[in-house]
Design a binder for this molecule. Structure first.
Ligand code: MG
Length: 310
């Protein structure tokens, strides 16, 4: 499959999973069933009262990461931060608690702000908010070491807990393999081996589909493992309720990356509000990736403040 189709599939996959799942966010599975039966269409609604095809913070922050990477691929943290600030200035209604707290603590250094927020939140900073936006990192770079470094940094900008960066790392390592031509299933299998996620593909998850990054990622892995189409992946997420938009965005991103843009139903793409922006960003990310491949990747200078090695 050509790489542009995959990159575009990934970005649109995040947005479609978000827009579909936003309708059922914070509902229980029983409430989802009572209201929608099995939700398969972009109905709009939900606690945010979104329009059909409208996306939420998951897509907004993915776009912010993509723009930051494009603005300065060799040193993106500052530019990603600028994009985060621009988004917060739009006064989004759906900003997550950990990210809101990090913004409140920000005084010029993202990593210090995230550490302070971690303390303010009594150590509860292992949310799924850095996982939902990290996929552009695996799209922009061909070098695994660089992907890993920037993946962790973008997580640590808002989420101090190592559980958040660990999930981002595993997710983007899967994306790296998929972009190299491996199947989604073998990529997942290889990357979750001997990790806390090794049972996620063996049994139906018995954890709540909430915003705790470990629970979210268990659901994402199980959904990807048990789905045979893009559509099935995002619909399964939407019908979970709980943090369904974020689980849908994360699952949709990898499903779209593996299966390509053409696998995403047209009826979803056509109503998607940010589709023009996603199209432009897909082209630009692909160009950066192509240029990087042509010129050879360079070593990165980054270190990760306060992070453990995995
Ligand atoms: Mg959301």
């Amino acid at each position: 499959m050509n790489m542009f189709n995959q990159i575009k599939g990934a970005l649109f996959g995040v947005a479609v999973g978000d827009a579909l799942g936003a309708v059922t966010e914070f509902m229980s599975q029983d409430e989802v069933n009572a209201n929608y039966g099995y939700l398969t269409e972009m109905t709009g609604g939900g606690w945010l009262g979104i329009e059909p095809g409208e996306t939420t913070d998951d897509t907004a922050m993915t776009i912010a990461v993509a723009k930051g990477l494009l603005a300065n691929p060799s040193d993106p943290v500052g530019r990603i931060g600028n994009e985060f600030k621009k988004w917060v200035e739009t006064n989004p209604r759906d900003i997550g608690n950990i990210i809101r707290t990090t913004f409140d603590c920000y005084e010029g250094d993202w990593f210090k702000a995230a550490e302070k927020a971690h303390k303010v939140l009594s150590g509860r900073s292992a949310g799924n908010g850095s996982l939902m936006r990290c996929l552009p990192v695996a799209l922009a770079y061909g070098d695994l070491k660089k992907i890993e470094e920037i993946t962790v940094l973008q997580s640590k900008m808002t989420h101090y807990d190592d559980l958040a960066s660990e999930a981002c790392l595993i997710y983007n390592r899967i994306a790296y393999r998929v972009l190299k031509g491996e199947s989604l299933k073998s990529s997942i299998e290889e990357e979750i081996k001997e990790t806390r996620y090794c049972d996620a593909i063996k049994e139906y998850p018995d954890v709540s589909p909430n915003g705790y990054v470990v629970n979210t990622f268990i659901w994402v892995l199980n959904i990807l493992w048990t789905s045979s189409s893009f559509e099935e992946s995002v619909q399964k997420a939407a019908n979970l309720g709980g943090d369904s938009d974020t689980i849908g965005a994360i699952a949709g991103g990898l499903a779209g990356l593996y299966r390509g843009f053409a696998s995403i139903p047209k009826r979803y793409v056509e109503v998607l509000k940010p589709k023009d922006e996603l199209e432009t960003l897909s082209e630009k990310l692909w160009q950066v990736r192509e240029n990087e491949t042509a010129s050879g990747s360079s070593e990165s200078n980054y270190t990760t403040p306060g992070s453990k090695q995995y």
